[in-house]
Design a protein around this ligand. Structure first.
Ligand SMILES: *Cc1c(COP(=O)(O)O)cnc(C)c1O
Length: 433
């Protein structure tokens, strides 16, 4: 299986190179040349143990790089936490993707990237350094995933005072190979420093630098799994599956479309958006007009130029936008608060703001689509967005046990000005010893 660039079919690389490069040399996104459909009947897959089942579903994507037994070991480490499905009524359930170590669905992608990258020869020739700029969730998922891998050093840049207190503790309380840099500036300053480092030949000749970026194909592949697992669990009751995916950069939605192709299923999708709704415009008008993002309560979806649209278009090349089995619905902050309130009063379900946006999309879409099995993907634990929950309900979500320990630890960070020379010197000190 080779991967090509979404901008040029003639650029074609192995899985290992696609992961090591992150982005294609022409700026495109890597995508598999064919999607290997699963030959095993769903009933038989259901009888397999989880690691075996997931390994078989994904192995065709990586078989040039790993033996099946090595890949199964990787899968066992990546999927070390459960999916939970909460049934709200006869036709609606919530699939909780946040039972991983950092309480966000980004754990799936970050862990798969870390475990596969660690095994690739590309990352073994020089000291491997992960450089990640974060506004919150991504940094903690990536840092946690790489903290389990000996030999790799991770440096996280975050904007001082601009992440929530829990998020800051999640970024700054690691031991050993993870170093947090607290930049006295904005998220954009952090990102600019990381970008400049990647163009610095002094650094790139000495180290294998990777950004663990969300467009890396290794972050996307494992996300197809929870769609397939959810649909397979309920295939006995008919196949009328609709997934509602809280969407920003459209990685999660693209992974759902990939899972649909692997199983040759006929699921439908609803992309749930906040006021950053260029993707809805695209579906309705075939015009794609990226713009600057606006801030909302569901801030992990504040994306004005969703990069994975390139992959979605690659999946449906001939048919055009009308063939994409996705509807979209968007809502504003006030409606997000109302959804949190309604989920709590009607179902006693405490949802984070991204899940709440998906509930509004469910209500709108189900009026048109009718009687089906609806699954809302819940992308984060409510405690990560406790100030929005406080606004909606006047209560503070309880901190889950596995996070309580972090609250007792001491924050450790190096504070620096957003200046490239200071950053580079600090970086060389941190990764040099
Ligand atoms: C990243 C994120 C999203 C958006 O996912 P995309 O793959 O970028 O569409 C939604 N919800 C939460 C909580 C996230 O962290």
């Amino acid at each position: 299986m080779k991967y090509y660039s979404s901008r040029n079919r003639n650029i074609s690389v192995s899985f290992g190179d696609a992961v090591a490069l992150g982005l294609a040399p022409d700026g495109g996104l890597f995508w598999p040349e064919q999607i290997p459909s699963c030959k095993i009947p769903v009933a038989d897959l259901n009888h397999l143990e989880r690691t075996e089942r997931i390994s078989r579903l994904l192995f065709p994507f990586v078989e040039e790089s790993f033996s099946f037994s090595k890949f199964s070991q990787i899968i066992e480490k990546v999927f070390s936490f459960p999916l939970e499905r909460v049934k709200l009524d006869e036709r609606l359930s919530i699939v909780e993707l946040f039972h991983g170590p950092t309480l966000a669905f980004k754990d799936f992608g970050a862990r798969f990237l870390a475990q596969t990258l660690a095994e690739l020869p590309q990352a073994k020739q020089r000291q491997c350094v992960i450089l990640v700029a974060t506004s919150g969730d991504t940094g903690s998922a990536v840092a946690h995933a790489f903290s389990e891998i000996p030999g790799i050093k991770t440096v996280i840049l975050y904007p001082s005072g601009k992440v929530s207190p829990i998020q800051e503790l999640q970024l700054t309380t690691f031991e050993g190979s993870i170093q947090a840099l607290e930049v006295q500036g904005t998220f954009d300053d952090c990102q600019a420093l990381v970008k400049q480092a990647f163009q610095d030949t002094v650094l790139t000749s000495q180290f294998f630098l990777s950004s663990a970026n969300s467009i890396n194909i290794a972050r996307l592949l494992p996300q197809s799994v929870y769609y397939m697992e959810t649909a397979m669990q309920q295939s006995a009751n008919g196949n009328e599956t609709v997934f509602i995916t809280p969407s920003g950069n459209l990685g999660n939605l693209t992974a759902g479309l990939l899972g649909r192709a692997i199983l040759k299923a006929d699921w439908q999708f609803v992309a749930a958006l906040n006021r950053n709704n260029v993707f809805q415009e695209f579906l309705e008008t075939a015009m794609f007009q990226p713009r600057a993002s606006v801030e909302t309560y569901s801030n992990a979806m504040d994306v004005g130029n969703p990069s994975n649209l390139e992959r979605i278009r690659t999946l449906f090349p001939a048919e055009g936008h009308a063939a994409i089995p996705v509807a979209a619905h968007s809502c504003n902050d006030e409606e997000t608060l109302l959804a949190i309130q309604e989920l709590y009063s009607k179902f006693q379900y405490l949802a984070d703001p991204h899940t709440a946006v998906a509930y509004q999309a469910y209500k709108a879409a189900s009026k048109k689509i009718g009687d089906k099995q609806y699954h809302i993907l819940s992308t984060a634990h409510p405690v990560k967005f406790d100030s929005v929950i406080q606004k909606a309900l006047g209560i503070t979500p309880e901190v889950p046990d596995r996070l309580k320990d972090i609250l007792l630890r001491q924050k450790k960070s190096i504070v620096l000005k957003p200046d490239y020379h200071i950053f580079k010197e600090t970086l060389l000190q941190v990764v040099g010893n």
